[in-house]
Design a protein around this ligand. Structure first.
Ligand SMILES: C[S@@+](CC[C@H](N)C(=O)[O-])C[C@H]1O[C@@H](n2cnc3c(N)ncnc32)[C@H](O)[C@@H]1O
Length: 235
């Protein structure tokens, strides 16, 4: 089967450019959300960062790089030169990681919508030590679904317009907080905490794809939840 993450091979050279306003708005929203809802990352053990891209564990959470194993399915995303340092980089699918169980105190992922689902959650559970901590972010359904409906796109894809004017489609599953909660419980996680976050007022520029949904709903762009923060523990 063709793997859609190959779209990220195409995007890697410009994914972190300010041109991609929605991603940059997600970054700012994540930083502010974590500032306002501090996350208690275990202070020991290895951290697996899934769908790492250039790596965000230092920038967003201040984690010591010698603890971090970066994992991504796209070799191009894993090869971005301007990246966070790490202990190790791993080219693998986050839903099927070829290493033994219970090796990480923490599994972290920022914007895991390309591979979110029961396979990813059960794999994260398998890789965590007992008492281990899962923390990830994902775009909200209340933002993405109306956008994809308006653009007449398939519900399980996201589209990137590149600097060259091309369109790149990548897999992206959006899940409501209720369903996420059920899926985490089903996968064995406990102490689940899911919060939703809106674009901070200082965001400039605002992504037209976020503005459009806020306008359709008749609300301020700062009142539209665009990012979920999810934390859970393996008993
Ligand atoms: C939206 S980007 C986020 C990148 C990074 N976490 C960040 O926030 O800057 C999603 C990342 O997930 C990676 N990815 C997609 N499918 C994957 C899979 N099945 N397993 C691991 N990584 C995957 C992509 O290559 C890409 O780097």
């Amino acid at each position: 089967m063709e793997k859609y993450p190959l779209g990220y091979d195409v995007l890697a050279r410009e994914y972190y450019d300010p041109f991609h306003k929605t991603c940059r708005n997600f970054d700012l929203t994540t930083i502010k959300a974590i500032e306002n809802n501090p996350v208690s990352i275990p202070d020991h053990g290895l951290v697996l960062e899934v769908g790492c891209g250039r790596g965000r564990c230092i920038e967003f959470l201040g984690i010591e790089p010698t603890r971090v194993v970066q994992l991504d399915y796209s070799t191009k995303m894993l090869s971005i030169e301007d990246r966070e340092p790490s202990l190790l980089r791993m080219h693998a699918d986050a839903t099927s990681v070829p290493i033994f169980k219970e090796q990480f105190s923490t599994v972290i992922g920022f914007l895991v919508d390309p591979f979110i689902g029961l396979n990813f959650l059960s794999e994260a559970f398998r890789l965590l030590t007992p008492g281990g901590f899962l923390f990830f972010t994902t775009p909200t359904e209340e933002w993405g679904k109306p956008l994809r409906d308006t653009l007449e796109m398939e519900a399980s894809f996201s589209r990137f317009l590149t600097k060259d004017g091309d369109t790149v489609m990548v897999a992206s599953t959006l899940i409501s907080d209720d369903r996420l909660n059920g899926m985490l419980q089903h996968s064995g996680f406990r102490n689940i905490k899911i919060t939703s976050h809106c674009l901070p007022e200082e965001a400039d520029p605002v992504s037209p794809d976020i503005q459009r949904v806020a306008d359709e709903k008749g609300i301020s762009v700062n009142d539209l939840p665009i990012i979920h923060l999810i934390a859970a523990e393996k008993p």
